[in-house]
Design a protein around this ligand. Structure first.
Ligand code: FAD
Length: 524
């Protein structure tokens, strides 16, 4: 063995022994040859949820995938250590998923940002794609691809999330019905497994690892680079919002768009308008006046507690190819829909601004000190047959809440756009149409005390319990799942549990990776 590597191993063993002592935290940076471990910082034990705060013993800010590989090989080789490792992308998890209590957090943003664009001329099989490092944010990738007139096809609503973080879950938004989730739009990955092996994998090469990692909750390897499919970017976007008071009409129209009109429409989402306040806050990023709509939904002086549903769709303009009249397309589509003509409005926006719309809300919330607050979020996939029942359950449950701040998203996706070989979990139902429902609540500390926050979390648990109970006729599955017990994970994965466990023992046999997901316990 090379002498330098030998010294690294010896020093690292001493470090691991120190971690086993009562004093678990490193006090100053520690050098192990090419590996430099840093003191744990506050940010390594925080996430967007602000519900969990698990402090690691140390932080690694790698300069290369090889450093990650060295760390994991050293940990795998030391049979007495119980140290775990969590990759942290943008830290936008809700329940401590990127944290590692007394372990090591790898901050993926320190990998040198690398985005290499391959246009269809030089790309494989005439495809355009980008090779991008795992800690890069989607907004950085978009900014770079637009310089080439290109764009990734599938998105999340918010762009300040890391490539590795969303690919470990799914990555869904209003384009998912058309192109599938982000995990259906990646064709190659560079991964460091739990044993420290650096592997390039794809659907045709080390495919087991490739599909395990996609939607794999960080359990099988750390994504250091991903090859993302690109397509031509539109110049502008026609963005339409239509309001409904009838839930059945609302979902029928959503399904019409994603099933029968999927060639014409590029984006479909929707949300519940609980009251006039939620109408105004949901309209921050939508640059149209509400003056004609708001009085129709919430007449002055009315004390009704009626709520509404807003269907959102968008059409992209690629007019550098052939001129299309966006208004004409919208008219043609709208004629087949059920909303009242007085309850629709539309705007034309630049493509980047459309994709970056949640950032407008972020800026507003940050200004009001309401961004860095607790977020008791709940996301569920619900098959079409269970969606009305789930809506009733959700509305009935939240009617007991003192406040509701934040949006409730509800829109359909199509199961056949997901690859069942990935680790992602969807409802078992036969139906192709599945709804994603996001109850994205914020706990404003000035109106929601710790007790109130506990109550909201309790409500979420009750909703999950009912919606996943085999006899309740909803058949939901959590997206971005949060469970703490093995039997809950077993039920969540259902028929995929055996495969998930087998993959774990193949790629991370000592259960080192992503302890914050609380699926597996670290082995010696
Ligand atoms: P982190 O929180 O850093 O990590 C999440 C998990 O992935 C952890 O287990 C971590 O260990 C693991 N991980 C991180 N990086 C890597 C890597 N390189 N390799 C392997 N494992 C890794 N999701 C959607 O699908 N659609 C949305 O529209 C959407 N909108 C959102 C809006 C906001 C404001 C927020 C806060 C979240 C939203 N999410 C959405 C959820 C988001 O996709 C997930 O929380 C995602 O994990 C966040 O990415 P991250 O980089 O912050 O991951």
């Amino acid at each position: 063995m090379e002498f330098a590597l030998f010294c690294t191993r010896v020093n690292f063993l001493v470090f691991l022994l120190a971690l086993s002592s009562p004093c678990k935290f490193i006090q100053s940076p520690m050098d192990f040859g090419p590996l430099k471990l840093l003191q744990a910082t506050n940010s390594a034990s925080l996430d967007f949820g602000r519900l969990y705060s698990n402090t690691p013993s140390a932080v690694l800010r790698p300069q290369s995938p090889e450093e990650i590989s060295l760390l994991l090989s050293l940990l795998s080789a030391s049979s007495f250590s119980k140290v775990t490792v969590a990759a942290k992308g943008a830290g936008h998890s809700i329940n401590g998923q990127a944290q590692a209590l007394n372990g090591i957090v790898i901050e993926m943003d320190s990998l040198p940002s690398s985005i290499k664009i391959h246009t269809s001329v030089d790309g494989e099989f005439g495809l355009s794609f980008a090779d991008v490092s795992g800690g890069t944010l989607w907004v950085e990738l978009l900014t770079e691809t637009l310089k080439f007139g290109l764009t990734p096809r599938s998105w999340t609503d918010y762009l300040y999330l890391s490539i590795g973080g969303t690919l470990s879950n799914g990555g869904i938004s209003g384009q998912t019905f058309k192109y599938g989730p982000q995990i259906s739009n990646v064709i190659q990955l560079d991964v460091v497994t739990g044993s420290g092996e650096l592997v390039t994998c794809s659907p045709s090469k080390s495919s087991d690892l490739f599909f395990a990692v996609l939607g794999g909750l960080g359990q099988f390897g750390i994504i250091t680079s991903a090859r993302i499919l690109l397509q031509e970017a539109p110049h502008k976007v026609k963005w339409v919002r239509a309001f409904y008071d009838d839930f059945e009409d609302f979902i029928k129209d959503q399904e019409l768009l994603v099933v029968s009109m999927r060639d014409k429409v590029d984006y479909v989402e929707g949300f519940i308008v609980l009251n006039e306040g939620s109408l105004h806050s949901s309209s921050l990023a939508f640059p149209a006046s509400l003056s004609s709509i708001a009085p129709q939904l919430f007449p002055q002086g009315s004390t009704s507690h009626k709520h509404y549903y807003c269907l959102e769709f968008a059409i992209y303009d690629h007019s550098h190819k052939e001129a299309i009249n966006l208004d004409q397309v919208v008219d043609e589509i709208s004629r087949k829909m059920k909303f009242k003509p007085s309850l629709v409005h539309s705007v034309e926006v630049a493509y980047f601004d459309f994709l970056n719309r949640v950032n407008v809300e972020e800026v507003n919330l940050r200004r009001r000190n309401l961004w860095d607050v607790a977020h008791p979020w709940l996301n569920m996939f619900v098959p079409k047959t269970g969606i009305s029942k789930f809506r009733d359950l959700m509305l009935q449950t939240i009617s007991a809440s003192p406040t509701f701040e934040g949006p409730i998203l509800l829109y359909p996706i199509l199961k056949d756009k997901w690859n069942s070989r990935t680790s992602a979990v969807l409802p078992d139902s036969e139906e192709n149409v599945v709804y994603i429902v996001g109850m994205l609540r914020s706990a404003n500390p000035s109106t929601c005390s710790q007790q109130c926050l506990e109550f909201l979390l309790h409500q979420n648990r009750e909703i999950v319990k009912t919606a996943t109970h085999p006899e309740m006729g909803i058949a939901g599955k959590q997206y971005l799942p949060h469970y703490t017990q093995e039997e809950q994970w077993r039920a969540h994965f259902g028929g995929k549990w055996q495969r998930f466990m087998a993959r774990k023992s193949d790629f991370d046999p000592l259960n080192i990776l992503s302890p914050g997901q609380a699926i597996f316990k670290r082995k010696y």
